[in-house]
Ligand binder design. Structure first.
Ligand SMILES: C[S@@+](CC[C@H](N)C(=O)[O-])C[C@H]1O[C@@H](n2cnc3c(N)ncnc32)[C@H](O)[C@@H]1O
Length: 322
């Protein structure tokens, strides 16, 4: 992918100015912690400038009124970026957008995906689902964007060559979407991903009731000090939001290697009372669930961390009959 081939580290004034001007960085003040780290390589800058507009959830849709049907994010009507930004000729653009309409019945949300390796692998394994990811850290988001730009194009439901997967994949119904870059080669962007480089709660509070199948919150920031506990992404105030958007029987999946945080997430969820803990024996929370995809953080393990806790909760109520 020629446009993303740059290797040098750049801290260009132009890019910094652009970021400073970016409405995301200007308007949103709710994210605690770092928004960006070391300067981006040219290829990461390109990923941000070229790919992010194609997958970004427009801020104007994030009303926090619970009226955003996630399905609509993957339909032509709101795929404005696909329609207007990318350089396919108009007819083909319409065709690509329409082909993508309605693909994927399952909606999976990942909150704080870091560099997004897990999310990308999940997309490889289950390409028929729709994915929404939130990560406010620029360096993490751009790593993810670069990753998904290496996906092979899915032709007619074929996985194609080069798909790395540790288990068999479902046959894809996701259409091919190859975006020729201006004056460059070609780049395929999977059409079943939408992302936000911001506070995940903006998405959570905007999505409609019972619209999400699985929510992943993996290794959230622990905010150790008591006075910072109110910053934790899993807390009494946010659990009703996760509960509201999950379909009956939908899953809330949380992990951490920080024991007090594991206790906190488990206790808060039990007190909330509207989820069933799926664990039947200690082995169920001490070991990863079947077919688990480990995250980067989990693989690296925090300093001093010994054990991971895997908390899988299910929203009470039966899943709706298909
Ligand atoms: C400890 S890292 C874990 C990253 C990844 N889940 C993993 O396991 O490798 C926590 C992540 O949550 C992100 N984060 C923090 N506050 C967030 C928020 N309000 N919404 C979405 N993500 C958030 C951080 O930027 C960071 O990437």
């Amino acid at each position: 992918m020629a446009a993303l081939a740059g290797k040098s580290w750049i801290s260009s004034a132009r890019f910094k100015k652009k970021l400073a001007e970016n409405k995301i960085f200007k308007e949103i003040k709710r994210v605690y912690g770092r928004r960006h780290g070391r300067p981006l390589s040219a290829s990461r800058q390109n990923a941000f400038e070229e790919i992010y507009p194609l997958v970004e959830i427009p801020l104007e849709l994030l009303t926090e009124q619970g009226n955003l049907d996630p399905f609509s994010l993957f339909t032509p009507l709101t795929r404005s970026s696909l329609r207007s930004n990318h350089p396919l000729p108009h007819g083909e653009r319409e065709e690509a957008a329409t082909a993508a309409e309605g693909e994927g019945e399952k909606t999976i949300l990942e909150i704080g995906f870091g560099n997004g390796e897990r999310l990308a692998e999940a997309m490889r394994r289950e390409p028929g689902a729709n994915y929404i990811g939130a990560e406010p850290f620029l360096n993490g988001m751009t790593a993810f964007l670069k990753n998904i730009s290496t996906f092979p194009s899915l032709e007619g439901g074929d996985q194609g060559e080069g798909v790395e997967s540790t288990e068999s994949t479902e046959k894809s119904n996701t259409p091919s979407l190859t975006l020729p870059l201006k004056g460059e080669g070609e780049m395929y962007i999977p059409p079943n991903i939408r992302a936000l480089m911001d506070d995940a709660l903006l998405i959570v509070r905007s999505l409609t009731d019972e619209s999400v199948d699985e929510i992943y919150i993996l290794n959230p920031d622990p905010w150790h000090k008591s006075r910072h506990h109110k910053r934790r992404i899993v807390r009494a105030e946010t659990l009703p939001d996760y509960h509201r958007i999950l379909k009956p029987g939908g899953k809330l999946i949380m992990t951490t290697d920080v024991v007090p945080l594991a206790d906190w997430m488990q206790t808060e969820t039990e007190i909330f009372g509207e989820f069933d803990w799926t664990a039947e024996t200690p082995a169920d929370w001490q070991n990863p669930p079947k077919n688990w995809i480990p995250t980067r953080y989990e693989t690296k393990k925090a300093k001093g961390a010994s054990k991971m806790t895997y908390l899988v909760y299910q929203k009470k109520g039966l899943p709706k009959a298909a």
